[in-house]
Design a protein around this ligand. Structure first.
Ligand code: GTP
Ligand code: MG
Length: 303
């Protein structure tokens, strides 16, 4: 098992794209696949970090070791909550059964899901039983990350106006468990009703999605949420759905890695042919056409 110091260094090296870090990650891969990965997404400020904090507590009391990845905690909506997240989860900082890692979107353009997958793999290899991944459900990347978890939890709150509009399209579809947080506010019943209505619109045979009411800031509903997560996980284990989901997860990862490699191979091939602007110049002067030019670069990549 990977010790904390080595793991922390590996995560940093992966972040900095240090050569050799990927080699170490490759060696770890055989030791992954044991952690239970729970994705938490939802509206900015919905209380995701507060829910995560409550779940850390719950799983620690059940003697489980918990890893946390907070992706892009500096949402523009709540104005730089990295510090807030740290403080909120601070009470777990001295617990060596908990490891919290923040990943900012900045500097990870397009590679966010890869960076997240890398960190999750390291936490998995470190032997954490549960890995919680928090993302703000605003971008496609973030939604994709959570849809790759074993169980995806979507957090929403009452009083967003038109509730149905407030949940971005695509987010509801990935929910295995729905949380209506801040039930100490007005309108919780209506939100729950709206969600039930939306779930009923799904085609017959769609999987069960439980709705859990919470006041996360008071710890209310945490054990109910953990039970709903556990029921979903139990239904999934060993099922055809579980295999399909794992395949989709690996497919997405492979596609991203292939794209990365092909793009850099194409850039190298272009450079060898004098660069993109030289090629463009040749096309502009009608010395060649764009199709032939692209084919020649592609042929060089394949050689
Ligand atoms: N009234 C009420 N406030 C809550 C509840 N849960 C969380 N909050 C508060 O809502 C605010 C946002 O909570 P966070 O947990 O940071 O929300 P988040 O979804 O992680 O926020 P971002 O990561 O910035 O999108 C904080 O001030 C919390 O104290 C709740 O059940 N009721
Ligand atoms: Mg947060």
């Amino acid at each position: 098992m990977l010790d904390v110091r080595t793991a922390a260094r590996l995560m940093r090296d992966l972040d900095d794209r240090i050569p050799g870090a990927i080699e170490r990650l490759k060696a770890l891969y055989a030791h992954t696949g044991r952690a239970f990965i729970i994705g938490i997404t939802g509206n900015p400020g919905a209380g995701k970090s507060t829910v995560v904090d409550g779940l850390i507590d719950f799983y620690r009391k059940a003697q489980k070791r918990v890893g946390v990845v907070a992706v892009d905690p500096t949402s523009p909506f709540s104005g730089g909550a990295i510090l807030g997240d740290r403080i909120r989860m601070q009470r777990h900082a001295t617990d060596d059964g908990v490891f919290i890692r923040s990943l900012a979107t900045r500097g990870h353009m397009g590679g966010l899901s890869r960076s997240t997958a890398d960190v999750v793999a390291v936490l998995d290899a470190m032997g954490f039983d549960v890995v919680l991944v928090e993302t703000v459900g605003v971008g496609q990347d973030e939604v994709a990350i959570v849809s790759q978890a074993h169980t995806a939890v979507v957090v929403t709150v009452p009083g967003l106006g038109d509730e149905i509009q407030a949940i971005k399209a695509g987010i509801l579809e990935i929910a295995d468990v729905l949380v209506v947080n801040k039930c100490d506010r007005e309108g919780a019943d209506r939100t729950v009703r709206d969600l039930v209505g939306m779930l009923e619109l799904r085609p017959a045979g769609a999987p069960d999605v439980e709705i859990v009411r919470m006041v996360a800031s008071r710890g209310e509903g945490i054990s109910e949420l953990a039970a709903a997560i556990d029921r979903h996980h139990t239904r999934m284990v060993g099922s055809a759905d579980e295999l399909a989901r794992e395949r989709r997860r690996v497919e997405a990862q492979l596609r991203e890695l292939l794209q990365e490699r092909l793009v850099s191979a194409a850039e190298r091939a272009l450079l060898a042919q004098g660069g993109l602007s030289a090629l463009a110049q040749a096309v502009a002067e009608r010395r060649t056409d764009p199709y032939t030019a692209a084919d020649e670069v592609a042929a060089a990549v394949l050689r």
